[in-house]
Design a binder for this molecule. Structure first.
Ligand SMILES: *Cc1c(COP(=O)(O)O)cnc(C)c1O
Length: 427
């Protein structure tokens, strides 16, 4: 498999883009490889600039639940573009998509569209602080909520320790009000509240953790968070940027019946175009400007092309889609586990519907500590072997594999066959 053109372009890219990319994981650093530059994508496949085609499990990191460039979406976008690419004024599409979101997630009584998941979480926390008059927020070790300063807090600092920034450039003040608890551990949440009585504005959580690899919530975890937040007068924020419209059409909240006060959305809601959203209880969202005093704005918010893609995508979330995605996910998870067992490699496969992560560890993975017990070197070997065989998994041990409506049983069979061969090379 020749990758000469990608290599040459990467070296040119590093002279203009920091690290050669516009988002860090794309650089393949964690898997000891040089990134592939993609020319085009269709269905479940991507093709690089050297002409190699791969079955894609990154799927733009989650948005593409209907696959790459579905013809109907491309047509809808072309038609929308002819009507104008941006107005900076209200358009009917925003109202339509807003109503669609509320129909799918009834806890979202009001919604504000933004352009990324990062903006959604950042803004939701601003609303929570304004509504409660409290400063602190509680997040979970290993949960990712975008790159706003307050969320870039060292995972591992422990439930009661006030946050210290993980990234240079984040001031101590910006992260000082961020508390960190352990995922799937309600006791760690209770301890944080005991130590910070009356000071925590909100608990923000990925109801299905997807940014340390896939870690589903333990039975009762989300319900427990709801009860604690209600008792303590704090808001519960579900960051459903991944799980929204993926766990089910109603997200993780639709599946579990746990109703958050605020929800953050991204990825699928834009169908591959840049969209994020935050929403929830009307009394909270009516604090947002111009209905209320909490300022938040965006030049391209509610962009007509982005809204068109979101509508196209959300109008096609049928029960049949989720049933077939779950079946494929189960086949893939079982196939990867079998391949590892045959090769005598310790592997723990976590799966939730169309989200799958093979962790190279013999420990059950239920939080940050157990996820990071996985052997990233083994994953790197596995990744490079899969790539050689025409399969493109996420270039990190700690990211979810995403299935789409475009993936077929044949794609998954090809992937499992490749995994059988590659596992034998993993030491
Ligand atoms: C991707 C992601 C974000 C950030 O979204 P961007 O659009 O990349 O800013 C926030 N939260 C979760 C759970 C995510 O997976």
């Amino acid at each position: 498999m020749r990758t000469t053109r990608s290599r040459a372009l990467f070296s040119r890219a590093t002279q203009i883009l920091p690290g050669g990319v516009d988002s860090p994981v794309r650089a393949f650093k964690a898997v000891g490889a040089s990134p592939l530059f993609i020319r085009r994508a269709s269905g479940a496949c991507i093709t690089d600039i050297d002409g190699n085609t791969y079955v894609d499990y990154v799927m733009s990191w989650g948005p593409l639940i209907h696959g790459h460039a579905p013809p109907g979406l491309v047509k809808a976008l072309a038609a929308a573009a002819r009507q104008g690419t941006s107005f900076g004024a209200p358009s009917p599409l925003e109202v339509e998509l807003g109503e669609r979101v509320r129909a799918l997630m009834p806890s979202i009584e009001r919604v504000r569209f933004v352009s990324s998941g990062t903006e959604a979480t950042m803004s939701a926390v601003r609303v929570a602080r304004a509504a409660t008059g409290r400063d602190r927020i509680l997040k979970f070790e290993g949960c990712y909520h975008g790159h706003a300063d307050a969320f870039l807090v060292k995972a591992g600092s422990g439930a009661l320790t006030l946050g210290t920034p993980t990234s240079p450039g984040v001031t101590k003040a910006a992260s000082a009000d961020t508390l960190v608890a352990t995922y799937n551990d309600l006791e760690s949440v209770r301890r944080a509240f005991d130590a910070n009585r009356g000071q925590i504005a909100a608990v923000i959580v990925e109801p299905i953790a997807g940014n340390i690899g896939v870690v589903p919530p333990a039975e009762g975890f989300l319900r427990g968070l709801r009860e604690i937040c209600t008792a303590e007068g704090a808001l519960l924020i579900f960051d459903e940027v991944i799980s929204g419209f993926r766990a089910s059409a109603g997200g993780a909240q639709g599946l579990t019946g746990v109703r958050p006060d605020l929800t953050c959305l991204g990825k699928i809601i834009g169908g591959g175009l840049p969209v994020g959203a935050y929403g929830g209880r009307a009394d909270l969202m009516d604090l947002v400007s111009p209905a209320g005093p909490v300022y938040q704005a965006g030049t391209l918010s509610g962009n007509p092309l982005a809204m068109t893609a979101g509508l196209w995508c959300l109008n096609r979330l049928t029960p049949k889609l989720y049933a077939s995605l779950s079946a494929l996910g189960a086949t893939l998870a079982a196939g990867l586990a079998d391949a590892a067992r045959e090769a005598g490699v310790a592997l723990q496969v976590n799966a939730f519907g169309s989200l799958v992560t093979p962790f190279f560890t013999d420990r059950a993975v239920r939080d940050y500590a157990s996820a990071t017990s996985a052997n990233a070197d083994q994953y790197a070997t596995f990744f490079r072997g899969m790539l050689k065989r025409g399969v493109y998994p996420p270039p990190s041990q700690f990211e979810a594999w995403f299935l789409s409506a475009a993936h077929t049983a044949a794609d998954v069979d090809k992937t499992i066959a490749a995994a059988r061969a590659v596992m034998k090379t993993v030491k």
